[in-house]
Design a protein around this ligand. Structure first.
Ligand code: FHN
Length: 588
């Protein structure tokens, strides 16, 4: 399948993260892989685009509360000293209380199916080292160490096959916090003898991966994670085992040493540029991967769809996580959101499955675009109240523009001016979550991907789409709690005279309010300039959180392309991190 790749984000950006280098080390190399290298195994991603991730283990029993104290962050890290710091022997005792009788493999497979997902990947062993399946290689496992004694992976593998879903395992291959020699695990064995990584690898890791590849029928994926520090020879052996026993299975990019089949972006990262090759974003229905009792920050159905469609429109796959609790039950609000999003997908499968990336290479102010041959699917999340939807830069002729409404289609009027196409819309969107307009074109879509300034909605353009001089685009990644990553690509490292420039396409001339979103320390003076035209400046304060501030009105005298430059003129300019520029027409 041909993909209209427009840019490779990874290659363009300079990764000068503040305090997050260790996370990239931990995630390992993430070089882009092209589909041609693994065409057959890539089918899963081509057809699928949407999957269920499940984090479930002994840690789910705690749900982030230990001895009455709540720890905020990703629940599966509860053992870690940065969370509750639970000693190995104490943690292992949890198994005696693990009796998740509410786990219902069929119900979970049905939920994934109803949600519109195409495969499930579940934690067979996370960093805590506990095998959630019947492992002969290590008795710290669900059938030997718990009163439940059930192998839920057998049931889930069977349930997935029954409803036609793909199935795969998450396996923490490097980190093992309870087995001697595992990364961050005990450094001596039960006899007090020093234990090496090789001991862990040969006694536990390699045999367990072999078990997973031989005992559960055909699997679609082995999702290795956080290879940081693991030698290539070990990763190679694991990949060889997968290839030998499951030749059609994909291996996640986080296997390490560039031996996986595809790229996994940073946790919870939905990219803004189209990304080349096979890749996925992994995300959660709330903030934690594993169940956390307090975590009610659920993604709404609209947010799930928006993030899914953003991934598909950038050329990738979206794997969305649920965290069943210690009884095995899936939190009700996660299931509600997933099902509601799934109902939408059932009405519009053509928007999500086996579609190509947007030829614009980025989102548009009202939503996003996916492509199938000569058809464009416009998913409109923000329905313009003006009764007009503006599409910049489409060069290919339109045969028909069809708004999907309750199983029918309504032909929309459209007219072209200055390279823009404007569609007439009814006052109300037919869909509550996202309405779909299908454009049937005269041929494959050709577009000018310059950012259009939407005359009604305005346009926010991220700094990563600008060209800086005497300033730099960097990756700014941080955690609000523990383990849930947020990522921005601001222009920073400003020097005197530095500026960053965006090219924009204006349909309707006039005054526009220019606002900047940035972080920094204290007083900052910013300049905004239409090159060859007006220049304004203003002072606003900054804080360490990104905030949007109005700078002032600028003027575009006629329709057409302009260059808009932003400079950080005064104040603590070294601290300034410019996230985006927003231009919004001033209301008459
Ligand atoms: O450390 C793990 C984390 O617990 C979780 O499993 C995520 C999912 O992508 N992977 C690692 C951190 O990136």
């Amino acid at each position: 399948m041909m993909r209209a790749w427009t840019a490779c984000l990874t290659g363009l950006l300079m990764a000068a993260e503040c305090g997050a280098e260790s996370m990239d080390d931990l995630w390992g190399e993430s070089t882009v892989k092209l589909r041609a290298e693994n065409a057959e195994r890539g089918e899963l991603f081509d057809e699928g685009n949407y999957a269920m991730f499940i984090h479930w283990g002994l840690y789910s029993l705690l749900g982030n509360k230990v001895d009455g104290k709540t720890y905020y962050g990703i629940g599966e890290w509860i053992m870690d000293p940065k969370m509750a710091g639970i000693p190995v022997d104490e943690y292992k005792q949890l198994a005696k209380r693990f009796n998740p009788t509410e786990f219902d493999a069929k119900a979970i497979a049905k939920l994934a199916k109803d949600a519109g997902m195409k495969y499930i990947v579940i934690t067979a062993k996370h960093h805590d080292g506990f095998a959630m399946y019947d492992s002969k290689a290590c008795d710290f496992n669900i059938t030997e160490a718990t009163p439940w004694k059930v192998d839920p992976m057998k049931d889930l593998a069977a349930a997935c096959r029954e409803v036609g879903l793909g199935f795969g395992f998450y396996y923490s291959h490097s980190q093992d916090w309870t087995f001697p020699g595992g990364r961050k695990g005990p450094v001596v064995d039960e006899n007090g003898e020093p234990a090496s990584f090789d001991d862990y690898f040969t006694k536990k890791c390699l045999p367990q991966v072999k078990e997973l590849c031989t005992e559960y029928g055909p699997i679609e994926l082995i999702w290795f994670d956080t290879p940081g520090g693991m030698e290539k020879k070990y990763v190679q052996q694991l990949v060889d085992v997968v290839r030998e026993h499951q030749p059609r299975a994909l291996v996640s990019g986080r296997a390490g040493h560039n031996l996986g089949d595809y790229q996994t972006l940073g946790d919870m990262e939905v990219p803004h540029h189209n990304v080349e090759g096979m890749w996925e974003s992994v995300d959660t229905t709330n903030d934690s991967w594993a169940y956390a009792w307090y975590d009610e920050n659920w993604k709404s159905p609209a947010k799930i769809l928006h993030r899914l469609i953003s991934c598909v429109a950038r050329g990738g796959t979206y794997m969305l996580n649920i965290g069943p609790d210690g009884q095995g039950a899936v939190p009700e609000r996660a299931t509600q959101s997933l099902r509601a999003a799934g109902e939408w997908i059932r009405r519009y499968p053509q928007v999500v499955y086996a579609t190509d990336a947007s030829p614009w290479g980025h989102a548009l102010p009202w939503g996003d675009v996916t492509v199938k041959g000569d058809r464009l699917y416009l998913s409109v999340f923000d329905w313009p109240l003006s009764g007009k939807l503006h599409l910049p830069g489409l060069k290919t002729g339109i045969k028909s523009a069809l708004l999907h409404d309750d199983g029918k289609t309504v032909e929309l009027t459209h007219e072209s001016s200055a390279g823009w196409t404007t569609f007439g819309l009814p006052p109300r969107p037919p869909e509550g979550l996202a309405s779909v307009i299908e454009l049937r074109l005269d041929g494959p879509p050709q577009v000018d991907s310059t950012f259009g300034i939407d005359p009604d909605l305005g346009t926010e353009i991220l700094a990563e789409f600008s060209t800086p001089t005497e300033a730099t685009i960097v990756k700014d990644r941080w955690m609000e709690k523990f383990g849930e990553w947020v990522c921005e690509y601001p222009v920073t490292e400003w020097k005197a005279g530095g500026k960053t420039v965006w090219e924009v396409d204006v349909l309707e001339p006039g005054d526009y309010l220019a606002s900047l979103s940035y972080a920094g320390e204290g007083r900052l003076v910013w300049g905004v300039e239409v090159l060859g035209g007006e220049k304004i400046q203003n002072q606003q304060n900054a804080s360490h959180n990104y905030q949007e501030f109005p700078i002032g009105w600028i003027h575009f005298p006629k329709p057409g392309n302009y260059k808009v430059a932003v400079s950080c003129l005064e104040g603590n300019i070294e601290s300034a991190k410019l996230r985006s520029l927003r231009l919004k027409a001033v209301e008459p």
